[in-house]
Design a protein around this ligand. Sequence first.
Ligand code: SER
Length: 317
Amino acid sequence: MKEDKVLVTGAGGQLGTVLVKALRKLKGTKNVIATDLFVKPEQQDLMLPLDATDIEAVAQLVVEREVTQIYHLAAILSAQGEKQPLKTWNINLKSFFTILEVARRHRLDKVFFPSSIAVFGTKAPKKHTQQDIFLNPTTVYGMSKAAGEHWANYYFIKYGLDVRSLRYPGIIGHQSLPGGGTTDYAVDIYHRAVNNEPFICYLKADTALPMIFMEDAVRATLELMEVPEYQIRTRTSYNLSALSITPAEVVKSIKKWYPSFEVTYKEDFREAIARSWPSSILDTQAREDWGWKPRYLLDDITIEMINELKKKYNLHA
Ligand code: SER
């Protein structure tokens, strides 16, 4: 049987950093081509520079390296996106069109497109938000993801392209830093705690958002991409749920290990973005179609984050 050859865009990002490692373990190092717009000198052995909006460059790499699957992670996230709305729309959509077209023209086996809880807006129910609910995203990032989901579905219906997608909650992981999202606090807060530094939270204490631990997010992605095609019944994007937490709950969990951890709340524009998103989502379809089940709850995440970050920062106390 032919081996899968996987191209990953945005491989230097929060999810990409960890997903590439998992893919290399699964498919073999030589079969995973990690790319990003900018590659740091220390990453040059592991990653190639690639502009995912450049269709010629993407097509050339796909042909040269006989790529069979693309994980298209490159995007500008929600908070960063609000600073440059038109640029965000252009980059997020243009890069996805590039990937879809290259995949169609070169008859690739599969494409992965990350969507987000940001596709939901104020007209969706706040709690236990279902899969097929009205979408009125209020951030340009959310608009680009909602549009991307419809394009994924379109390429499946019109060209039979096997595009698969997840609506990720905020991802909490120790391996990498998030960049420019509304959910970033839930990673940054652990870095502060283990370094015994105070944390200023840009969301209100009681603003609940859906979140997921990195290990669960990576496993969900690989599980979705590995199941037989007939099991995929949602071709826009699957709701993916693990837990729903507020900053106050994260602080309470951290205080079990760092009782004197200090947090002050000073909301900024990200509070309004968070308030426009669901506080929890229902992932019934993902569970039914391909057996999704999260493993990590808040205290499990806190223990993992603290232990791993202490190693990273060389803190043994
Ligand atoms: N984590 C993302 C963000 O905050 C949501 O998908 O932008």
